[in-house]
Design a protein around this ligand. Structure first.
Ligand SMILES: [Fe+2]
Length: 287
């Protein structure tokens, strides 16, 4: 089985369809290395027609690193490593509007990087479409390497040594949530963390911005000044020329490299259920 990457957009290699992989049959170390190379070069990989269950999805992503524990009690699933994305939980029960779980789904409309509020952060995410409405909302992905490359050199220099505070409370604050909406266990375990503003991909050497809705402010700067910079850079990085918009098909798996991409859900008001299964692996060390 030869793996081939097919870039999906003109004039850029960001986002590619993967040919020659059957995740239900499993993959070995050589395929993992090829896919790592694909993730480093393309950022977002689309695997069409993958008829997999939770165990197969988990076995696949676990070959890339330590599994992320799904610790948010507010949106707990029936599996220690999975979250349910969409309009229902794993059992098909609709999420009530106004519930904390529903608010978490709305927070996915913000540009974000999965797990940036953790240390070590999430490295890779795999999302598999299990129930698809007739007209599903696209998911959008931003190329944070291209965004970095287009910044003026003096601005790049001024950003390179900055450190940013990230926390889940910053992203949820933007959704109107209050600290009292979180369980005590979440509050105890979800302290702010610190990441560099600029990251370097170990395979390609490419630099990229590392931002998210969880990014609050620049360490050592006045809060509002740092927050303004974070917002300006997110606005820069999410201009249309840096964004791939993904149209979901049933049984498709999309895997992305969180270290140099951001993503967001787009609004869905349809009545047909929509359900995707989410799992991830984290970095081996603090970033
Ligand atoms: Fe996400």
């Amino acid at each position: 089985m030869t793996i081939r990457f097919e870039p999906l957009r003109n004039n850029t290699t960001f986002a590619a369809r993967v040919h020659g992989v059957d995740l239900a049959a499993g993959i070995g170390p050589a395929e993992v290395d090829t896919l790592e190379e694909g993730l480093a070069r393309h950022g977002v990989l689309i695997f069409p027609d993958q008829f997999i269950n939770d165990d197969q999805q988990q076995a696949f992503i676990q070959q890339f690193g330590p599994p992320h524990q799904a610790v948010l009690k507010e949106v707990a699933s029936n599996h220690p490593h999975f979250y349910d994305i969409g309009t229902t939980d794993y059992a098909g029960n609709p999420r009530e509007k106004g519930s904390v779980a529903h608010q978490y789904m709305l927070a996915n409309l913000l540009w974000h990087t999965d797990g940036a509020q953790n240390q070590p952060p999430i490295r890779l995410t795999a999302l598999h479409a299990r129930v698809r409405p007739p007209a599903p909302p696209p998911t959008e992905y931003a190329d944070m390497h291209a965004a970095w490359e287009t910044l003026p050199a003096d601005m790049q220099r001024s950003l390179e040594d900055l450190v940013v505070e990230h926390s889940i409370y910053r992203s949820r604050e933007q959704m109107g949530m209050k600290m009292s909406d979180f369980s005590e266990e979440t509050l105890r375990s979800r302290k702010p963390v610190y990441h560099p503003m600029v990251r370097i991909n170990p395979r390609t050497g490419w630099k990229s911005l590392y931002l998210a809705s969880h990014a609050s402010h620049v360490v050592g700067w006045p809060l509002e000044k740092g927050r303004k910079l974070v917002e300006e850079l997110i606005a820069h990085a999410t201009q249309p020329q840096f964004v791939y918009s993904h149209d979901w098909k049933l049984n498709q798996l999309v895997m992305w490299d969180d270290s140099w991409t951001m993503h967001r859900a787009t609004p869905y008001e349809g009545s047909h259920p929509r359900h995707l299964r989410w799992c991830a692996v984290r970095e081996l060390e603090a970033v």
